[in-house]
Design a protein around this ligand. Structure first.
Ligand code: SF4
Length: 274
């Protein structure tokens, strides 16, 4: 993803692009998959419809990055590259291969783990293992939260019935955050389901109660076939963001990348057969 996600924060937020800086591939973010398909079954995600096909190997995970670096003639040290493990799959359900890939990328490609962000749907045992990783090999953490309470979250993310929000947050508290590091809460705005003003207020309370250094990345839902959800209007997303920031929670709207070719967040599944 060139620009937009600029990636200075290394987590796909728009934080550093707000100033209208020049945007080019030298400041890109690469979105990396960890599995083929996914078993987590988030109700708003096209990848979920594939089910889990298989885990990717460490070489296949790291290889996605190396392929993009080669294709765009990226020179480490000159160009600023960030990775987000937010592609197809749940990274913490392929934990050993994910972390082996991270070690490959750190040691063999010279990418900093502080420019990598792993996003999880809330796999508590995975977060607990992640908290034990040495800080020179641990990427930053994002939680795919997507709802302001357990009731809505369990409807749109069945995984919440196994690990409710409080258990996820307790596991996150074990992570020893580096100075200035923040956890990212990813939040997909589903029209009428998670995007109302009361949801924003409840989300702000939830994030504040965690006591964690945190920010919220808002993603307007990217449509797909056979879903009954709707994409909120840009002004609804903006109001949601303003409600969070007014409540003291840093919040950013992530611009969709690849929606035009059905390859944006939550759309990673082939839509044409044959
Ligand atoms: S949103 Fe992520 S964790 Fe949920 S089904 Fe899609 S790929 Fe899996």
């Amino acid at each position: 993803m060139p620009d937009g996600d600029d990636g200075e924060a290394g987590d796909g937020s728009d934080e550093s692009s707000a100033g209208g800086q020049t945007k080019d591939w030298r400041r890109a973010t690469i979105c990396v998959s960890s599995q083929v398909g996914c078993a987590v079954n988030c109700q708003f995600c096209l990848t979920a419809k594939l089910g889990l096909q298989r885990n990717l190997t460490p070489g296949e995970i790291a290889g996605q990055v190396v392929t993009v670096l080669d294709r765009h003639a990226v020179r480490m040290g000159r160009d600023r590259v960030n990775l987000v493990f937010m592609g197809m799959g749940e990274p913490f359900l392929n934990y050993d291969n994910l972390m082996a890939a991270v070690r490959l990328l750190v040691h063999e490609v010279s990418l900093s783990p502080q420019r990598m962000t792993v996003s999880t749907s809330g796999i508590v045992p995975g977060i607990e293992r992640f908290a034990e990783e040495p800080s020179d090999l641990r990427p930053k953490l994002a939680i795919s939260l997507n709802a302001p309470n357990d009731q809505i979250r369990a409807e749109i993310m069945p995984i919440n019935r196994k690990w409710p929000i409080s258990e996820v947050i307790d596991a996150v508290r074990r992570v020893r955050f580096r100075p200035h590091e923040r956890i990212t809460f990813e939040y997909v705005l589903l029209g009428g389901v998670t995007d109302r003003p009361e949801h924003a207020r409840e989300l702000a309370r939830l994030v504040r109660r965690t006591g964690l250094p945190a920010k919220v990345n808002l993603i307007a839902w990217n449509p797909g076939p056979d879903f009954h959800y709707t994409t909120p209007k840009p002004e609804t997303a903006e109001l949601f963001k303003q409600a969070l920031t007014a409540d003291g929670i840093p919040a950013y709207i992530r611009q969709p990348r690849g929606r035009d070719i059905f390859a944006a967040c939550g759309q990673l599944k082939r839509t044409v057969e044959g």
